[in-house]
Design a protein around this ligand. Structure first.
Ligand SMILES: Cc1ncc(COP(=O)(O)O)c(C=O)c1O
Length: 256
């Protein structure tokens, strides 16, 4: 009776984990606490962890109907973090030529999507009602479009065919799909989103625990090869000269 006294409805924010899931996770950890370790460390626990991460990434991609030849999975804190990193990558790819670049977002997007306009400082941002874009015969050319697959506010699912329409005006447009809300309730295949360049999502909206984990999933393409981060982080360099600051990044895109 005590258990029934509260009703949880905030599954859009973060869903609840199942008891079976928590039980299995803790049993798994209790069996051998030395099994897992820092995946950048070259010892058995580190290597086992790296191997598990690779397998999990493959499972995630399979879940969305693609594979690691086509997409890279980058673990993030949440969708907001994924969108922030996406904007950093976009700025990096376009570099200084970004003056005339244009971002399109729909009014019914999450605040973390609207916030991107302040990251892309040199860009012109247009915020439109979804219907006003789809009703127009010819759409203005844009360089980046962030599609909210399902609104967290209204629960409305938006028509993915808008991507085709935008690509008719600019075949090189980058598409970012915000799947945060949709992925917790519907099976998703990237094919249905015309294989977007970026996908942002939060796992705790799908399975509740662990919290604080999401992903930025990036299509492997010539455009992404241009990405060259300004600095480096733990595990992202092959070589660093502590005196000169000179460094060599890892070659693999998702490790940079
Ligand atoms: C559509 C949409 N985008 C982005 C977010 C932000 O997700 P998070 O709080 O996990 O960063 C949410 C959260 O509810 C959302 O529903």
């Amino acid at each position: 009776m005590e258990q029934m006294s509260r009703i949880y409805l905030d599954h859009a924010g973060a869903t609840l984990p199942s008891e079976a899931q928590i039980k299995e996770i803790s049993e798994n950890l209790m069996k051998d606490v030395f099994r897992l370790g820092n995946p950048h460390s070259r010892h058995q626990s580190g290597e086992t962890t790296l191997d598990i991460i690779k397998q999990v990434k493959e499972c995630i991609l399979t879940h969305f109907g693609v594979n690691s030849e086509e997409y890279s999975v980058i673990f993030t804190k949440n969708t907001s973090d994924s969108l922030k990193i996406m904007a950093e990558i976009v700025l990096n790819i376009f570099d200084k030529k970004a003056e005339n670049k244009k971002l399109l977002i729909c009014d019914d997007s999450h605040t973390s999507v609207h916030g991107i306009r302040h990251q892309l400082t040199n860009w012109k941002t247009t915020v439109k009602l979804f219907e006003t874009i789809t009703s127009k015969k010819n759409v203005d050319p844009f360089d980046l479009f962030i599609l909210t697959a399902m609104s967290n506010f209204t629960g409305k699912k938006y028509d993915k065919n808008i991507i085709i329409k935008l690509k008719e005006s600019n075949p090189n447009i980058l598409i970012c799909a915000d799947l945060a809300s949709l992925c917790g309730t519907s099976p998703i295949n990237f094919k249905d989103f015309y294989f977007p360049d970026f996908v942002a999502l939060s796992f705790y909206k799908i399975f509740g625990y662990p919290t604080g984990i999401g992903a930025l999933i990036i299509k492997k393409s010539a455009k992404m090869e241009k990405f060259s981060p300004k600095g480096f982080f733990g595990g992202s360099v092959n070589f660093y000269n502590i005196e000169t600051g000179e460094f060599i990044l890892k070659e693999n895109f998702e490790e940079k």
